[in-house]
Each structure stands twice: as structure tokens, then as C-alpha cells.
Design a protein around this ligand. Structure first.
Ligand SMILES: Cc1cc2nc3c(=O)[nH]c(=O)nc-3n(C[C@H](O)[C@H](O)[C@H](O)COP(=O)(O)OP(=O)(O)OC[C@H]3O[C@@H](n4cnc5c(N)ncnc54)[C@H](O)[C@@H]3O)c2cc1C
Length: 267
């Protein structure tokens, strides 16, 4: 992967057993789980220090270990002083990627898209306060992009936690144009929008499934491209992400160190 204009830090992988303390629907399509527990703090293992939970980058991700549909507990990796051991017998631990939406020393919010199909989305539908949750990471954190004049961000619902954090952590100065695809007006979120920032919400046509439209590509094509060096960030369905990356490379000549595009899920 080419180096981005972001300082990267790496962290030892730490498995944390936490408790679900709140369940709230931010919008009809997004469920927020608030996790808390002593494992957010630093602890020691065999003479080594396992660091406290930290998420320095707006688009950091953690692994959430969720049980198989017919199980009470997930298969978990084993904690070692230098990281996690996934070589458990039988089924390999399955961790799903989620973005820490809000982090305090005592709590962590994760926002789950209620897409209705998978193991993680299914788990988020049925957990209740008092249930346990297991997470690991982030193992890599990328600081805010530096030496850029403007930002363009695009994403679907899965990118909203990162975009929400981006807008809260955006330093004064550079303008930012943000485009978000959601199912409809009911799934728009209240985001921090300072002067110089605009957020455009795109609504899928009634009945259109996520990842089946060209809404994001069409919208980023139509943007008034900002002057100066633009940092272009996008996350969402893999094909949509690929198409936006191609457009930014070919039509906007975004250099590789400012082209930060990720497929977050695959149709
Ligand atoms: C770095 C990173 C950060 C991420 N952060 C978040 C986050 O904060 N919140 C979040 O909700 N997701 C986030 N995702 C996306 C999430 O990891 C995927 O959506 C994942 O597939 C969900 O797992 P699952 O077990 O629910 O579904 P899976 O078992 O992976 O998939 C089951 C079925 O559901 C479909 N599917 C999966 N995701 C979606 C979706 N979003 N919409 C519609 N259909 C879907 C698949 O195509 C498949 O058919 C992130 C992904 C990455 C890589």
C-alpha cells in the first residue's frame, strides 16, 4: 500500500472483554452499542504491559468477535504478551471490522449498520445491556492527514462512523466536501459541520439495496473540485470504492499519497 500523508502508529493487539452498557438506534438504520469495562484500561500479562484502549485515527478499526448464530460466545483468540494467537483448535476466531465512533477512558461507542444479513449485524440486533462483547485493536492508527489544502470524503452508511469522527477532529482551516449515501432522509445523522464544510446526503431510490447504485460516483464526479492539494477519502461497498478510486486517479489526478480509498464490505 502506498504511504499516505498520515503518520502511522502500530499497537500490540489486545483482546478486551467488555460489557454492553447501552443500546440506542441513532437512526432507524444505525444501531449504537456503548461498551465499557475494566479491560479498556492498561493491564499486565506475564510481565508485559498491555496498553489501554486508544484510537488516534478517525478511521481506525477494531475487530468485534461475535458468536456464531447457534452459539452463546464467540471463539476468541488467545492473548499473548506480544499480540493475539488465532491458532485455536477447531473454528478460527472471526472478527468483524468496526470503527470506534466515540472513545472516552470509560466508554466506547460502535455504530452498526442494520443491514439485516450478517453475523455481526445479527449480533448487534439482539444484544442487550449487560451482555458481554469482545473486541481487539486497533493495531494500526493513522493520524490526521497533513500538508493538504482541502478534503473530499465520500462513503455509504458503513463510513458514517469514520466520517462523523473526521468532522469532529477536522482542524480549523481546510475546507471539506463530504458526500454520504444512505437509504433515505430518516438515516441522515446530525454531524459536526463547521464553516467551510458541506455535507451532501444522497438517498437511494426506494427499494434499491446498498451497493447497487452509482449515486456516490455520480456525486463525486459532479463536485466542484477544491483548489490546491486535495486529500480524497472514500469508504463503502468495494465496487463503488474501486470506481471512485479510478475516477479520482484518472480524472482528478489525485496523487497516491492523498488517495485514501477502502472497500468496507462486498456485495
Ligand atoms: C476498516 C473498516 C471499518 C468498518 N467500520 C464499520 C462501522 O463502523 N460500522 C459498520 O456498520 N460497518 C463497518 N464496516 C463494514 C463491516 O465490517 C461490514 O459491513 C461487515 O461485512 C459486516 O459483517 P456482518 O457479519 O454483519 O456481515 P457479513 O457476514 O460480512 O455479510 C453478510 C451479507 O451481508 C452483506 N452486507 C455486509 N455489510 C453490508 C452493509 N453494510 N449493507 C448491506 N449489506 C451488507 C454482504 O454482502 C453479505 O451478503 C467496516 C469495514 C472496514 C473494513
Amino acid at each position: 500500500m502506498p504511504k499516505l500523508r498520515r503518520t502511522t502508529t502500530t499497537h500490540v493487539a489486545v483482546l478486551r472483554e467488555l460489557e454492553v452498557v447501552r443500546v440506542e438506534d441513532v437512526t432507524p438504520g444505525m444501531r449504537r452499542l456503548t461498551l465499557a469495562g475494566a479491560d479498556l484500561a492498561e493491564r499486565s500479562l506475564d510481565g508485559s504491559t498491555l496498553p489501554a484502549f486508544a484510537s488516534p485515527g478517525f478511521d481506525d478499526h477494531i475487530k468485534v468477535f461475535v458468536p456464531a448464530p447457534d452459539a452463546d460466545r464467540p471463539v476468541l483468540p488467545r492473548q499473548r504478551p506480544d499480540g493475539l494467537d488465532y491458532t485455536t483448535e477447531g473454528v478460527r476466531p472471526l472478527g468483524k471490522d468496526y470503527t470506534p465512533r466515540r472513545v472516552t477512558p470509560d466508554e466506547l461507542d460502535l455504530d452498526f449498520v442494520r443491514h439485516g444479513h450478517g453475523q455481526a449485524a445479527g449480533w448487534a440486533e439482539q444484544v442487550r445491556p449487560g451482555d458481554l462483547a469482545w473486541i481487539a485493536g486497533p493495531t494500526v492508527g493513522q493520524a490526521f492527514p497533513h500538508d493538504v489544502d482541502a478534503f473530499v470524503l465520500a462513503g455509504d452508511e458503513t463510513a458514517l462512523p469514520a466520517i462523523g469522527r473526521f468532522l469532529e477532529e477536522l482542524p480549523p482551516g481546510p475546507p471539506a466536501h463530504v458526500v454520504v449515501e444512505v437509504s433515505g432522509p430518516q438515516d441522515e445523522q446530525d454531524l459536526t459541520v463547521r464553516d467551510g464544510v458541506d455535507v451532501t446526503w444522497l438517498h437511494r431510490p426506494v427499494g434499491a439495496e446498498p451497493g447497487t447504485t452509482t449515486l456516490l460516483l455520480d456525486a463525486v464526479r459532479d463536485l466542484d473540485w477544491p483548489a490546491g492539494q486535495v486529500y480524497a477519502w472514500m469508504a463503502g461497498e468495494s465496487t463503488a470504492a474501486r470506481d471512485v478510486r479510478t475516477h479520482w486517479r484518472a480524472d482528478r489526478s489525485v496523487p497516491r499519497d492523498c488517495l485514501d480509498v477502502s472497500g468496507y464490505w462486498r456485495r
